[in-house]
Design a protein around this ligand. Structure first.
Ligand SMILES: Cc1cc2nc3c(=O)[nH]c(=O)nc-3n(C[C@H](O)[C@H](O)[C@H](O)COP(=O)(O)OP(=O)(O)OC[C@H]3O[C@@H](n4cnc5c(N)ncnc54)[C@H](O)[C@@H]3O)c2cc1C
Ligand code: FES
Length: 359
């Protein structure tokens, strides 16, 4: 039955009848629990972790394929009639249910919903899990896990996976927070280190001048905790400044290949000057528009289409579409694509020639 529904949703007739929306969005409206191709999940429990961070335990429907510790999902929630999608790491699993832990941002739409307005029983949509911030197949002798703020979410997932694997090597968790009250999962991480002496937690209270470890990331912190960057697999997730500093340090030490990083925010994109007014044809929808200096995602939305998207910054690949002709520029790197068929992330692509996109 569900295969038949999937088949019907993909038919050209369904696309025409439901334009400018998607067949999935109509099905969601009529039967929210059955849904389209994405995973529907009910918020089963909400737990405040800190003043600014809440964990949502999600009960997904049968479409959920599970995840590998360290991966994330794109979570979509409807607020005031508009759908908003953001990426969140699966920080833990409780009774088989994935948990996302969300720290609020000033004026942040989804993060403030999760901290202030979510109700147990709310329905959200999540993508299948994705991402490469995962443990290697062969575990090395040492791990150095560096996190800042909400960047602790995938670090907690990796920590729990190492505990579950009875990992006997050394694990150092270097966690940057303004003050101890801002440390998410502090009690959990302390419990891990108490029961597993090979796991050590080093809390850096960046704004606490009386703290032994204070200020932003520096080589002195690595020295103070006895880190061995040449002998450890290192992971970092957190604010852009922390990631840049750590990446620079590992690059200078010739150890960049030992560092795995996860960005929650995109690197600042250079201004694009050669994209003025290029025609874009979205072939599945039969829509042609121009994209004056805008990404293809913005051009599609401006034309009334509702493409899948998540991070909107070239990280999650949720918005990937097939380009069948034309050339685009990646706004993060300035690099030009080829002129033929290829998959592109439309949220970070601007056309520099006329392009056709399967959307
Ligand atoms: C792969 C990935 C995994 C992520 N996992 C988590 C997670 O586990 N927990 C979590 O709390 N967040 C996570 N994020 C960040 C999350 O997706 C959102 O970006 C964040 O919650 C803000 O969304 P918003 O709707 O509240 O803010 P928006 O309404 O999108 O923006 C509001 C304001 O917040 C600023 N802002 C947006 N995002 C950030 C950010 N990441 N850091 C600082 N300022 C920001 C904007 O510049 C703007 O001023 C992840 C992001 C990625 C790409
Ligand atoms: S929306 Fe995440 S890569 Fe485009």
């Amino acid at each position: 039955m569900l295969n038949l529904i999937d088949h019907a949703l993909k038919s050209p007739l369904a696309r025409i009848l439901t334009w400018p929306h998607t067949p999935e969005s109509y099905l969601e409206f009529l039967a929210p629990k059955v849904g389209g191709k994405s995973v529907k999940a009910t918020v089963k429990a909400v737990r405040q972790e800190t003043d600014r961070a809440a964990s949502l335990v999600l009960a997904p429907n049968h479409r959920w394929d599970g995840h590998v510790p360290g991966q994330y999902v794109s979570l979509t929630v409807s607020l005031n009639g508009r759908r908003h999608t953001r990426c969140f790491t699966v920080s833990a699993v409780e009774d088989g249910c994935p948990v996302v832990t969300i720290q609020s941002h000033a004026n942040g739409k989804v993060s403030n919903w999760a901290n202030e307005s979510v109700w147990v029983g709310d329905t959200v949509e999540i993508s299948q899990a994705c991402g490469d911030f995962v443990l290697p197949a062969q575990l090395p002798e040492r791990f150095l896990l560096i996190a800042g703020g909400s960047g602790i979410t995938p670090v907690r997932a990796l920590t729990d996976a190492l505990v579950a694997a009875d990992y006997a090597g050394q694990v150092d968790i270097l966690y940057y927070v303004p003050a101890a009250k801002d440390a998410i999962f502090l009690a959990h991480l302390k419990a891990v280190t108490e029961s597993h002496p090979n796991f050590r937690l080093h809390l850096v209270k960046t704004r606490d001048t009386r703290s032994k470890l204070q200020g932003h990331f520096s080589a002195a912190h690595l020295k103070a905790i006895g880190a061995d960057i040449g002998g450890s697999a290192a992971y970092v997730c957190g604010p852009a400044g922390l990631i840049e500093a750590v990446e620079q340090h590992w690059t200078d030490a010739g150890q960049a290949s030992r560092l795995t990083l996860e960005r929650f925010q995109a690197v600042k994109a250079p201004a694009i000057t050669d994209a003025a007014g290029m025609p874009v044809e979205f072939t599945d929808s039969g829509v042609t528009t121009t994209a004056p200096g805008r990404t293809l995602l913005e051009a599609a939305e401006g034309a009334g289409l509702t493409p899948n998207n998540g991070c909107r910054q070239g990280i999650c690949r949720t918005c990937t579409c097939r380009k069948t002709s034309g050339q685009v520029r990646d706004i993060r790197t300035g690099e030009l694509s080829g002129t033929g068929e290829e998959d592109i992330a439309i949220c970070v692509s601007v056309p520099v020639t006329p392009v056709t996109i399967e959307l």
